[in-house]
Design a binder for this molecule. Structure first.
Ligand code: AVJ
Length: 319
């Protein structure tokens, strides 16, 4: 049994304060928006796990294919002694990397969910004698304090989650990652790629309706946390491809004119019939754009791998 430590940087009440601020700002603005990070309560995380197994949702399988094929190369190129995973969740895909990184000293999973970190972190520490697991409860979109562990460091951000950030948020995020790295440290980034519109839209609007349930779940989160009275069934799930921005948008479209009360914020929100609330942006990338953005953040892209189908990419860049 290896050492397992957990450090909480994020204050216990930060999540609640952030949710209130986001809901207030997002539902009083025009157009109405909610940040996608609020999808992931226990039910939302369960629904997302279901999404990753859907026939239409290819990114998880495509990324796993790359990790399976390339973990050895990634390990060799990075020589990492510390592996930091942002938004680690269940740490499932990371196992291939952990197997390949033979000289690894410490694994640092970072997530806002303490329960996910404890579950995954303890299991890993038990399975891998000699590996230190130091979990961080933190919001990786802010600046983070990392434990003092040996370099080189490899930061990994998988799943294509960087696509959830808007362009200026992405710039700030890459700059904050760059700031955590010393010369010779590296970033492994997963990005979903631009492809046929039909394939993209189906991935976010599956036949079984799992993504629709995932989308509506954010309303249940606001009902529970802020005492709101959203009727999730009164909103239709919408997934559209925005060709100008090259991103998928998920929206919830009000089926009728309705007023929703959010007592914790002293707020009543009117929705017109057909009015849409944007709940997620999921940007899709081209190699050139990924390179440019990494370069602008002061990172040097050194490797680019895709799955056989060319649907998803992992890139490795060095500080
Ligand atoms: C977890 C952010 C990578 O954008 O594809 C899945 C979330 N949303 N289906 C994505 C999601 C709808 C997913 N990420």
């Amino acid at each position: 049994m290896s050492p397992f430590r957990l450090t909480r940087t994020l204050p216990e009440d930060a999540t609640d304060a952030a949710l209130r601020a986001d809901v207030l700002q997002g539902l009083t603005g025009s157009p109405r928006t909610l940040p996608p990070k609020w999808f992931y309560d226990a039910r939302g995380s369960e629904l997302f796990e279901e999404i990753t197994a859907l026939p239409e949702y290819y990114p998880t399988r495509a990324e796993r294919e790359i990790l399976l094929a390339r973990s050895g190369e990634i390990a060799e190129a990075s020589g990492a002694r510390t592996l930091i995973e942002l938004g680690s969740g269940s740490s499932e895909k990371t196992r291939h990397l952990l197997d390949a990184l033979t000289g690894l000293h410490t694994y640092v999973p970072v997530d806002v969910s303490e329960s996910a970190l404890t579950l995954a972190g303890r299991a890993l520490a038990a399975e891998r004698p000699g590996l230190n697991v130091h979990a961080l409860v933190d919001d990786f979109t802010g600046s983070m304090t990392l434990p003092d562990t040996p370099g080189p460091r490899l930061v990994v951000f998988l799943g294509g989650t960087i696509g959830n950030l808007l362009p200026d948020e992405r710039t700030a995020f890459l700059a904050s990652v760059r700031a955590m790295l010393a010369p010779g440290d590296a970033l492994l980034l997963g990005t979903d790629l631009v492809k046929d519109e039909e394939v993209l839209v189906r991935a976010y609007d599956d036949a079984a309706g799992v993504t629709a349930a995932f989308n509506r779940n954010v309303l249940a989160v606001i009902n529970r946390e802020l005492g709101a009275d959203f009727d999730p069934a009164a909103f239709e799930h919408v997934a559209v491809w925005d060709a100008g921005h090259e991103w998928i948008e998920m929206r919830l479209r009000s089926r009728e004119r309705q007023t929703v009360k959010i007592p914790a914020l002293g707020l009543a929100v009117d929705f017109a019939a057909g009015e849409e609330l944007r709940t997620e942006v999921s940007a899709k990338f081209r190699e050139e754009r990924v390179r440019e953005e990494l370069d602008a953040a002061g990172m040097e892209p050194v490797r680019w791998w895709t799955d056989e189908g060319g649907r998803f990419a992992l890139s490795l860049s060095v500080a």
